[in-house]
Design a protein around this ligand. Structure first.
Ligand SMILES: [Zn+2]
Length: 181
């Protein structure tokens, strides 16, 4: 077989067949019906309630909001002293104090007890490892002592640095009670 020569115009080169294809609403042709249907639709059924939802989601907006709230409510509750910032759950909206939060609530016309808020914590700066330069060295070669010393000094500075550079949300939620101010 491998030594057989089939020329382009030889009858053996092709076989004519007829196939069924699907044209989606957007005009593209598919040999797979499911793919064509997905291309041609705007909405799919929500996995949870069956209502139509935009096809890029697997669940509708209200089911997603419900699940988000459930996941949030399952987090442990902590007090907010106001010392650390807080953040809207799964978002990059941070509040750096009570005033900041009050302003937002006023602007959005929402009660703070209805917000999904989590406590933030300081991000710890990374220190430098000798291995950081591994790619620059030959096998078994060690960093020059002077450079090692500089790395140690750098790490000591990082460890002693007293300020917070940035914040990251934790999985601890803040709960405001009705009477809380
Ligand atoms: Zn739904």
């Amino acid at each position: 077989m491998e030594n057989k020569i089939i020329l382009m115009d030889s009858p053996e080169a092709v076989t004519e067949i007829t196939i069924t294809a699907w044209k989606s609403a957007s005009g593209r042709i598919y040999t797979d019906e499911h793919a064509a249907r997905y291309d041609g639709c705007t909405h799919v059924k929500c996995q949870h309630c069956g209502e139509p939802c935009l096809k890029r989601w697997s669940a509708c907006e209200s089911c997603r909001a419900k699940r988000k709230k459930e996941a949030f409510m399952a987090l442990p509750v902590v007090e907010w002293s106001g010392k650390y910032p807080i953040c809207l759950y799964n978002s990059d909206k941070y509040f750096f104090g009570h005033d900041d939060l009050e302003d937002y609530c006023e602007q959005e016309e929402i009660d703070k007890k209805d917000l999904l808020l989590v406590l933030c914590e300081p991000v710890e700066l990374r220190t430098l490892d000798y291995d950081f330069f591994e790619d620059c060295l030959a096998d078994e070669q060690e960093l020059p002592e002077e450079i090692q010393k500089a790395i140690d000094e750098f790490n000591a500075k990082i460890a002693a640095y007293p300020h917070v550079i940035s914040w990251v949300p934790t999985n601890k939620r803040i709960e405001f009670k009705e009477k809380n101010t």
